[in-house]
Design a protein around this ligand. Structure first.
Ligand code: ADP
Ligand code: MG
Length: 279
């Protein structure tokens, strides 16, 4: 495995003095080139923070992060992010949203007409890949949530990023739309040979998409367990009913419950009930 992202002893502390939050502590992980890694874990365990650090939107306070062997300083065209809330420009049509990529914007002065042609070709290809041809001239608010998110993914892919960072991108979609999006993103992963880091709170989604599932735990945010997904590289929806899929899902769900502190809440509740019964 060629390393694409190397996370070494990474820590992140928010705030100062007495009001600090240790969002991440001693994170170590190497993500391979063209790997698809998913992150799950209780809310507040630092998933988004870690993703934002890889994306260069947040800076770690300890350790180092290397992308393609180099330390990162801020965002770069090699990494694109997709969030839960479609960050489309409402005043631009679908095609204009896709073409409005960071790369085109930054390089406008040096852009030749052949670059623009190539970009148009890629935009057309991405529009087709995402099944959006009929929507090219629509405005975002005329589209369903699933279609808006497909536009956001197409736009993220426009600059040929090597790494796609996705933070609960399908969290706002209904179950059927989500299934369609899963197969679409697996197809994108294969076609574009991207490295994908995908955060979700949905364990089934994490297993279906990931080659490895990284389970994080809170307070301080840390990696608890890394699971290899025992499924063939080529996924299909039927695999969700396979015994090994269901067994892994059960194991991860139980571990999230154990690490999230939910158990403690439950036993406290029982104790309270007992005390009330005694009184
Ligand atoms: N900008 C910030 N300032 C202070 N604390 C933050 C900030 N961002 C995140 N945190 C804290 O860091 C921890 C991890 O947050 P986050 O990465 O959003 O977790 P997750 O995405 O797993 O739910 C949480 O305790 C959160 O409150
Ligand atoms: Mg989050």
């Amino acid at each position: 495995m060629t390393a694409k992202i190397e996370i070494k002893q990474v820590g992140k502390v928010f705030g100062e003095g007495r009001h600090t939050v240790e969002a991440l502590k001693d994170i170590n992980l190497t993500i391979g080139d063209n790997e698809f890694v998913t992150f799950v874990g209780a809310s507040g365990c630092g998933k988004s923070t870690l993703l934002r650090i890889i994306g260069g939107l947040e800076y770690h306070t300890a350790g180092e992060v290397l992308v393609s062997g180099e330390a990162i300083y801020g965002p770069g065209a090699d990494r694109a992010m997709v969030f839960q809330h479609y960050s489309l420009y409402p005043w631009l049509k679908v095609m204009e949203n896709i073409k409005f990529s960071r790369q085109l914007k930054y390089g406008r002065e040096n852009l030749t007409s052949s670059d623009v042609e190539k970009a148009s070709g890629r935009a057309d290809a991405l529009l087709a890949l995402m099944g959006l041809q009929a929507a090219a001239n629509a405005y975002p608010n005329q589209l369903s949530g699933g279609m808006q998110q497909r536009v956001a993914i197409a736009r993220a892919l426009m600059g040929r990023p090597e790494i796609l960072l996705m933070d609960e991108p399908f969290g706002a979609l209904d179950a059927q739309t989500r299934e369609v999006m899963h197969d679409l993103i697996l197809h994108v992963h294969k076609l574009e040979k991207s490295t994908i880091v995908f955060v979700t709170h949905d364990v089934e989604e994490a297993i279906y998409l990931g080659q490895r599932v990284v389970l994080m735990a809170p307070r301080p945010g840390r990696i608890d367990t890394i699971y290899d997904v025992p499924l063939p590289a080529e996924r299909d929806q039927d695999m969700k009913h396979a015994p090994e899929f269901l067994a892994l899902k059960k194991e991860i769900l139980a571990r999230i419950r154990d690490t999230s502190g939910m158990r403690t809440d439950h036993s406290m509740l029982e104790q309270l009930n007992m005390e009330q019964a005694d009184a």
